[in-house]
Design a protein around this ligand. Sequence first.
Ligand code: HEC
Ligand code: HEC
Length: 385
Amino acid sequence: MKDVKNRGSIRGRRLAGGAIAVAASCLLAVAFLAGQKASAQAQPMAEEVYSDVQVLKGIPVDEFNDTMGMFASALLLDCVGCHSPAITHDPAAFAIPTPRIQRARQMVVMMNGINRTYFGGEQRVTCFTCHNGDYFPGQAPSLRLQYSELVDDPHPLRFFAAVGAPTAEEVFGRYTEALGGADRLAAITSITGTGTYVGFDTAHAVVPMEFYAARPNKRTIVAHGALSDLIWAYDGTNGWKYQPDTPVPLLSLTGTSLTGIGLDAMASFPTQFQDAFSEWQVGYGDIGDDQVEILRGGNPGEHPVELYIDDAGMLRRFLRWTDTGAGPVPVRMDFSDYREVSGVQMPFEVVLTWTNGQSTLQFDQLEANVAIDDAIFGRPQPDRP
Ligand code: HEC
Ligand code: HEC
């Protein structure tokens, strides 16, 4: 009997590309949602910004948007899979109550009821638990799933370390050597770079990008979109996302969006992860045809992080989790095109993938230890609104 649990995620992965692409274009439509409802408050709740929020009340806008990504991902529907097709030309149409929207509202109430009644309020049963990438959940088990080839894709939140795997210290040691050695790594205190950014938030246009990072975990990315700048900033404590064509142009990040951007920032100086998490486990997984070692770090009461290290000892993937109104969703960064900068290997291509979309950062150049004005990491002060 084979492990059936891994299968669903593989199937999801195959289909996701298309669904996500359309989901992304829907988000663009939201982007045009009238600024008229924008609140001056730094962290407005979804119901203060959108017109007909009935069941996902009391969560901040960043988490509400991630919840829509969770819905799209769990059912492999794009935004018009539930919302009226009118959203493509009229953002106010997101509030139109289609039959699927009404059904999905019932599902939120049902899911919360199940979790409250049987799982002590933990978000254990989510849309994905039942839907598993299908808007019509199955009732009967599948012989195909049971008897087909097993593929290793252990990204569920519950992870079991592989028997006979090396220790986390060994894997971190090999990774540190592959990057250039502990001494050279410790000498890097900041990284600046220029290149290009492309994502749904630039309508898939490739635009110029600037990148700034400083130890231990400050990071700012500025993408110069056709009409305005897009900015993600984290100063070590507070994080912001500036995207002017959305209902809340300057969003102060909250909850796991905030801790998450901090972890993403730390990934610029990634060997720090070893001390940032107290419990490490090591297992195996696949990225494409390559087997990788998976380092999984945990702290009590926090979501874990995963570092995927390949044969050459390089970090290929960093994975973390963000909470939504319907359970946690993975957020991942894939690293490639490593080149030497000041004696240390740095990735010149970074692909960010989450349930709402995918973006690529491509560097033309990266430099180490250039002085960076600390204000760059603070609350964004965009040049162009
Ligand atoms: C599985 C169905 C489903 C999918 C797919 C879905 N949504 Fe929703 N959406 C809902 C439901 C249900 C609500 C109402 C939530 C409530 O009442 O609390 C909603 C509400 C919204 C609202 C608020 C509308 C208003 O003014 O009240 C926006 C904006 C939104 N969705 C955007 C999106 C975007 C963007 C996507 C694609 C990434 C998306 N949704 C995908 C079910 C869905
Ligand atoms: C406990 C299992 C379970 C959970 C959890 C669950 N669903 Fe469902 N859902 C179902 C089943 C079963 C159906 C099919 C009902 C039917 O046969 O018509 C369904 C149907 C739907 C449909 C209607 C699809 C269609 O057009 O036929 C939508 C939309 C939906 N679910 C959204 C969600 C969302 C969003 C979540 C998370 C908030 C969720 N569901 C969580 C079991 C679940």
